[in-house]
Ligand binder design. Structure first.
Ligand SMILES: [Zn+2]
Length: 336
């Protein structure tokens, strides 16, 4: 994947949206707007992104469908900006996240068919953000069980209709129409389950990235599916309706599992090293913001202090470090 033509935030916003206020008006929900702005800022976006659903083998029977586009939905990427992953079991396919629309879900289904004739029998939605579950409608023909957490479902019901309208608008309709299909199997706590001989454990982030995020752990294969709770190329995706403290805890907890492979909602597969790197970074920044907040230090002064202290170490480890660290500190002040 070649990433070229990096767009600056302002150019990007001009292209897609007249103003931030417009997003706010559209959703009338500041929480969702903040999380979407997080994605904009996280985006090093390839202007010539290919619309190429191909399969990346991860381990025996485990595959990823990785989006080459990492930012917001656009007419060029037709709304496809997130990863899906799947496991072929004895009795069918287990799919983790279904993309941002019904047509993307259909593309994912066809891509899975290039690997196996077995039907998709189980769908996991990692969380309530639209780019991870709006493709569910593509999997109703095989009566797939659709699984998420109770809290994620509540947020999906609140934001789903607005998200369909938003995605349609910013992709100029290229995303196609989407029928909302909500999960029907709801988890309320950590749980083990066997899917066609595949042992799986569901882990809760306790709202680390968004309300009700779930991660999926394959203990035998030592693979963790992190959704947006785990990241690889970018700084952790903190949001206005997430929880930084529980996100840090989840990063440490999942690192202790010592996964051989870490699969993320956006970007490339990674290893346990990313989890430790992210946990240490977030702990350090959170502690500095907390102390700055408690001593009435202004966010910009805390930002300068943080950059002086950790910039040299972390700047080479993340894309867009300077933009992201500013976003993190400002958001963390609001979350105090
Ligand atoms: Zn997300």
């Amino acid at each position: 994947m070649k990433l070229i033509n990096v767009l600056k935030l302002d150019d990007y916003k001009d292209k897609l949206l007249k103003s931030r206020e417009e997003i706010l008006k559209l959703f009338n929900k500041i929480i969702l707007a903040v999380s979407l702005m997080g994605l904009i800022i996280n985006s090093t976006w390839a202007a010539n992104a290919r619309f190429d659903f191909s399969v990346t083998p991860i381990a025996k029977n485990v595959y990823s469908i990785v989006s080459p586009s990492l930012g917001l939905p656009t007419p060029e990427n037709k709304g496809w900006n997130s990863n899906s992953h799947f496991v072929v079991t004895e009795n069918g396919v287990l799919l983790f996240d279904t993309g941002s629309s019904e047509s993307i879900g259909n593309e994912i289904k066809m891509t899975i068919k290039s690997v196996t004739d077995k039907p998709v029998r189980w769908v996991i939605n990692s969380h309530s953000h639209a780019d991870h579950w709006l493709g569910n409608a593509a999997f109703t023909d095989t009566n797939a069980e659709i699984i998420t957490s109770k809290k994620a479902l509540t947020t999906m019901k609140e934001h789903g209709p607005g998200a369909v309208a938003f995605y349609s608008r910013v992709t100029k309709g290229t995303i196609g129409s989407t029928q909302l299909v909500y999960p029907t199997v709801l988890l309320t706590q950590k749980r083990k389950r066997n899917f066609g001989g595949l042992e799986v454990e569901f882990i809760f982030s306790n709202d680390g990235h968004s309300p009700g995020d779930i991660l999926m752990w394959l203990p035998k294969q030592k693979i963790i599916f992190g959704g947006d709770v785990l990241s690889s190329d970018w700084m952790p995706i903190i949001t206005g309706h997430g929880n930084v403290v529980t996100l840090i805890d989840t990063l440490y907890t999942t690192a202790k599992l010592n996964p051989a492979i870490v699969l993320t909602g956006h970007g490339r597969a990674t290893t346990v090293k990313s989890l430790i790197r992210d946990a240490e970074l977030l702990s350090s920044v959170w502690a500095q913001v907390k102390s700055g907040y408690e001593t009435d230090k202004k966010p910009n002064d805390t930002l300068s202090d943080v950059i002086d202290k950790i910039g040299q170490k972390y700047r080479p480890l993340y894309k867009d470090f300077d933009v992201e660290i500013e976003r993190h500190i400002k958001l963390m002040y609001k979350l105090q």
